[in-house]
Ligand binder design. Structure first.
Ligand SMILES: [Zn+2]
Ligand SMILES: [Zn+2]
Length: 366
């Protein structure tokens, strides 16, 4: 029996279900052996991360946990073939490229564990494959700039993930390096190192997976540092698809009161409490949202996403396009085409799909 805990992927945060899964605490050798061959060559320094991975066979997953999420029209789901059908629409609206602020990069061993988990809950991932393939897919889809989001679900993991991004992706063209952190001794020091030594331009936190209370005093000085230096933090703070111990508006609001000038990007527009999170945009000028998995036919962020299309126009200066690539059960054309087809101004489309993020990271777009 293995005592390791399971990686919970972004959005596959179904704690009750995971409790059931974790009672089947196996490691499956096929995946670990496969990945360890490559880990020896490219990821040998990250044993700590690897040691956190527990692979569970889909055969062991209680079928009562699925389907957890639904398609808007189960008889007509969007394509999961990488067809790049949005390129014509981009041309029509003269969108030169896409900036995707919400893309995940983990060491391959961790990524494989995440994919195995998704397989087990019937969430088919369109973009499984080695990094080379995934980077090609982004290029094919005209996603010129993208981020390196990951997160830790336990202590002694975040620093290793940051090092992995720094060392593995030093030369990855147009990747905006994001790190992560966790309430633990030394957190402020390794966050400073990531910014000042590695040149990271942002951080990602995941309140559900990390069981993270943003209001913990252990992170106060770290948030003060990031607030002072105006370093963006992208946070999955919302209750979708199921709430965690510290998710939702009731935890987020006092956090913003404590750090009113922090540059926070709320993932998934704060789903399921999109109204409440949007109302904070009127109070905090530095606050922003990302569109990740909101305007899509996989209803992970609520059953009526179209209700919020108006907010794309109203808050067009503070909304960033995000996809959750590669862990999406449809192709990249689906969310991009939807935004391009919405009845919002062309200027709003330009802002959301690349201009806002380029401005945030001081990247020229002409
Ligand atoms: Zn998320
Ligand atoms: Zn995500």
């Amino acid at each position: 029996m293995n005592q390791k805990t399971m990686i919970q992927p972004c959005f596959a945060c179904f704690q009750n279900s995971l409790d059931k899964i974790q009672s089947n605490n196996h490691i499956h050798n096929d995946i670990l052996e496969l990945s360890s061959k490559e880990i020896h060559s490219i990821e040998s320094n990250f044993k700590e991360i690897e040691s956190n991975v527990n692979i569970n066979s889909s055969n062991n997953i209680d079928s009562s946990i699925r389907p957890i999420l639904a398609w808007r029209d189960p008889h007509n789901p969007p394509s999961n073939i990488d067809e790049v059908t949005h390129l014509g629409l981009m041309e029509k609206y003269k969108i030169p490229f896409i900036f995707d602020i919400h893309t995940h990069f983990f060491p391959l061993s961790v990524m494989r564990a995440i994919w195995k988990w998704f397989d087990g809950v019937g969430w088919g991932i369109t973009y499984k494959g080695k990094e080379e393939y995934r980077l090609d897919a982004l290029t094919r889809n005209k996603i010129k700039y993208f981020t390196s989001l990951n997160y830790a679900h336990k202590p002694n993991m975040a620093r290793g993930l940051n090092q992995w991004v720094h060392e593995t992706h030093k030369d990855t063209k147009n990747m905006i390096h994001f790190g992560t952190f966790y309430p633990e001794p030394g957190v402020e020091a390794y966050v400073k190192q990531a910014v000042e030594e590695f040149g990271f331009q942002g951080f990602k936190l995941h309140c559900e997976v990390s069981k993270l209370d943003l209001n913990t005093p252990e992170l106060r000085s770290t948030f003060q540092y990031l607030e002072k230096d105006q370093i963006p933090i992208l946070i999955h703070t919302g209750t979708a698809p199921l709430p965690g111990e510290f998710t939702g508006y009731k935890y987020f609001r006092p956090f913003m009161e404590a750090f009113p000038n922090l540059k926070v990007i709320v993932a998934h527009m704060g789903a399921y409490e999109m109204e409440e999170y949007a109302s904070l945009l009127d109070i905090y000028p530095q606050l922003a949202l990302d569109t990740t998995m909101v305007f899509v036919d996989y209803l992970a962020t609520g059953s009526k996403p179209d209700k919020y299309i108006d907010n794309l126009e109203k808050y067009a200066d503070r909304i960033y396009f995000g996809s959750d690539f590669p862990n999406i059960p449809y192709n990249l054309s689906h969310p991009i085409s939807n935004i391009l087809n919405f009845p919002i101004s062309t200027e709003a489309k330009h802002k959301i799909l690349y201009k806002n993020a380029c401005d945030l990271f001081r990247i020229a777009y002409y």
